[in-house]
Design a protein around this ligand. Structure first.
Ligand code: ADP
Ligand code: GLC
Length: 474
């Protein structure tokens, strides 16, 4: 195994929307440490990183969507900067924008991107041993490589799809089929699911191997995969769940430059207090009370829609002695509801609406409990960051949360798990957190215990390499 190419829409620190960026920003580093050349190919966006970095242009050319030509450049971020090489594909009028997703022409943006990636691989002297695609934005690539006439010579390169989230599948209509490189139309069934072109389904069918970001999520997908349950059951033979990890270069409370106060096992209490005081001061909260925080995207999958009612129940009905802090953005209704209650619970509840990387680190390093009432959580990184920083997670029993958190009431347990996702159950989880916090010796013991759990990438990176080797023997 010499060379792996990861194809992705996000990679930390270049562009991050969620956990996908963290995974693709870390996994290649660990693969490089094992002696494999691991490279990332992603779109070029208009971000702080791209504004402040000097690139080498390795290729410029044209890509066509139907009759329309777009100029593109492939820009290289030198390996010494991130520990692995990154190639940014800058397609004029398509990728060069502030946000990663959410535009009316995302289909055009990511289809053109994938065609450029295939063209790029065609031109490489040293061909990769594996092309590793992440999520639906890169899901057409395994199909192009297997069936498009132009890419016939790439047919023998194994492709892997990692599903980070099967809720989003990148659907579009057959009206846009002319964007595809020419292929034998008898293979059209591969790109179709439910009368539409479905890039995620396409990749599940055409990639050599499918992985999910936790073993439990793989099992769950056969029951609940936004319409792809049957397909995933059918492709079970070529699928495997590999749990994500934590990158200690970024997520280490001893060295994290984004924390207000750094700490290790020896000074957990005083170090965390420095961060908690900073948060409480900034958000007008009481540092003597347990602080429960939510960090994440406001989407149905994360259970964020329940937060406003949870907050009013905790303070109005249960009258718990606790503070709650929310960091996130997304759904407008949830945002409005949270804004409406911000004044009512002044001193007990507060929020920061938006994305703020630094604040997220300080919350992991200072708040006492992390609330994750997810309805769907393919892996979840927040709970692993929380553990590494001594913050006790309160989680639902889904996906990767099942694989990473054991309830305190069980043998070797250290977290709080919720059996169902309801306001009542979440409030009960918070009640349990308040009780744990009140028992200081137990709480302090738990903090030290969770900080010692090893969720680093070493184990998972090895599993990926093992899986790549299995493809070679096919
Ligand atoms: P997902 O990818 O589904 O959003 P993950 O748990 O895998 O969930 O990863 C979420 C990542 O995004 C974590 O690194 C988390 O700290 C970060 N994050 C989410 N929302 C915010 C926010 N509003 N501000 C800062 N970081 C955030
Ligand atoms: C997705 C999932 C999340 C996972 C992340 C990284 O965004 O929602 O659970 O941790 O990808 O794999």
């Amino acid at each position: 195994m010499n060379k792996i190419i990861h194809v992705t829409a996000e990679c930390y620190p270049i562009a991050k929307v969620g956990g996908l960026a963290d995974v693709v920003g870390a996994l290649p580093k660990y693969q490089e440490k094992s002696g494999i050349t691991s490279q990332v190919v992603m779109p070029f966006y208009d971000k702080d990183f791209t504004k402040s970095t000097h690139f080498n242009c390795v290729i410029n050319d044209l890509v066509y969507l139907g009759e329309t030509a777009f100029e593109y450049e492939i820009l290289e971020v030198p390996k010494k900067q991130l520990g692995f090489s990154v190639f940014l594909i800058k397609i004029e009028n398509l990728t060069d924008r502030e946000n990663v997703y959410g535009y009316h022409d995302d289909t055009e943006r990511f289809t053109a991107f994938q065609k450029v990636v295939a063209d790029f691989v065609l031109q490489m002297e040293l061909k990769p041993d594996v092309i590793h695609c992440h999520d639906h934005h890169t899901g057409l690539l395994p199909f192009f490589m297997s069936y498009a006439h132009k890419y016939n010579s790439l047919k023998t390169i194994p492709t892997v799809l990692t599903i980070h989230n099967a809720q989003y599948q990148g659907w579009f209509s057959f009206d846009k089929l002319h964007y595809f490189p020419e292929y034998d139309l008898k293979h059209s069934g591969i790109i179709e699911w439910d009368h539409q072109i479905n890039p995620l389904a396409t990749a599940i069918k055409s990639a050599w191997k499918v992985t999910t970001v936790s073993p439990s999520y793989l099992i769950e997908l056969q029951q609940k995969a936004n319409g792809l349950e049957w397909l995933l059951s059918h492709e079970n033979q070529k699928s495997i769940g590999i749990l994500n990890g934590v990158d200690p270069d970024v997520w280490n409370p001893k060295t994290d430059p984004l924390l207000e106060s750094n700490f290790g096992l020896q000074n957990v209490a005083s170090g965390r207090k420095g961060n908690k005081d900073w948060i409480c001061n900034k958000f007008n909260l009481d540092p003597t009370l347990p602080l429960v925080a939510f960090i994440g995207r406001f989407v149905y999958e994360k259970g964020s829609d329940l937060l406003p009612e949870v907050i009013s129940t905790v303070f109005d009905q249960l009258k718990l002695k606790v503070n709650i802090l929310v960091l996130g953005s997304g759904d407008m209704e949830t945002t409005e509801q949270l804004k409406n209650i911000q004044n009512r619970y002044k001193g007990n509840y507060n929020h920061h609406i938006g994305y703020n990387e630094k604040l997220s680190h300080i919350i992991y390093g200072g708040a006492d409990f992390l609330l994750m009432p997810s309805r769907v959580e393919p892996c979840g990184l927040n709970q692993m960051y929380a553990l590494a920083y001594g913050m006790i997670p309160i989680v639902s029993k889904v996906g990767g949360l099942i694989d990473t958190i054991i309830d305190v009431d069980q043998e070797h347990g250290f977290g709080i798990t919720m059996n169902t996702i309801s306001v009542h159950e979440i409030c009960f989880g918070i009640q349990r957190a308040v009780d744990i916090y009140a028992n200081k010796p137990f709480y302090n013991k738990l903090q030290k215990l969770i900080m010692k759990i090893d969720n680093s990438w070493n184990r998972s990176a090895k599993q990926y390499i093992h899986m790549y080797h299995s493809l070679k023997n096919n």
